[in-house]
Write a protein that binds this ligand. Sequence first.
Ligand SMILES: [Zn+2]
Ligand SMILES: [Zn+2]
Ligand SMILES: [Zn+2]
Length: 272
Amino acid sequence: MPRSDLKGTLASAYSSDEEPKYVSLSPNGMSEMWAVGGVAFMIPAVPPDASLELQFALRARRNALPTGQCEECGAFFDPKTTDAVRGVGIAGAYVPHRANCAASDEAAEPLYVNYISDHSDQTVPEALDAASRRTREQLDSNMRFRTELSVEIYEDWAQELLDRNLDRDVVAVCDHLGANVAQTWNMLLGYNRWYCDECWEYLAFDVARGRFATSMIEEFTCDYCRRYVSTLQLLVVRVGNFVLRGGMCRRCSAKSNPANTGQDVNSGGRDV
Ligand SMILES: [Zn+2]
Ligand SMILES: [Zn+2]
Ligand SMILES: [Zn+2]
């Protein structure tokens, strides 16, 4: 495709007002394909335990490509054609970030190289331990006013709830969790799908914008005994690197938490 045609195609995709849509994850889990206005883009995935600087750089790069402009440095997209690879010509866009932009190659590449070298000799048990620790730290900072329980009876209770929600015949997982299990798994109970932190953020955004259809029945169903009730108490359970969020009836709440007298309390987190 001549460069001028390519520029026109990209410009019309960017001005189509279509929301970029996630299409798929590369087999190595390092990049994602997104589509907007009939054009596909490959953008970097954010690894689960990237440093804050690397997360920032990658998110800026992720936002710039499907929108055509970098919010950090203001750079606009440029069309790019490469020589045919195995007989297939590839056309695309790149955003020439300014040298002082966090998303520029100069700034982002060394961070990525460090990330890869820090993680290359990590064993699977080490990676899972690290994921569990990160998940705990994340909840600690987000839920400072929670009830923390670590009694044995409660651990069994929480483990049973988790086991029920790990049945692969019933639940789905996002592609990122499929590619790398050693990260935080997030579930909204009742909706049978696990999300990585990145996908969980997108879900929260969709819920806030009314794009994720929640069912009224599910909204008033206890996530433990599945009874339909008028009031539910907030339930947040962490087991290792798994976090389940939902609502629980007073009866189940009183049973699972010896400190709970069955009074209606509209919040409370659980941590095993
Ligand atoms: Zn930039
Ligand atoms: Zn994901
Ligand atoms: Zn219940």
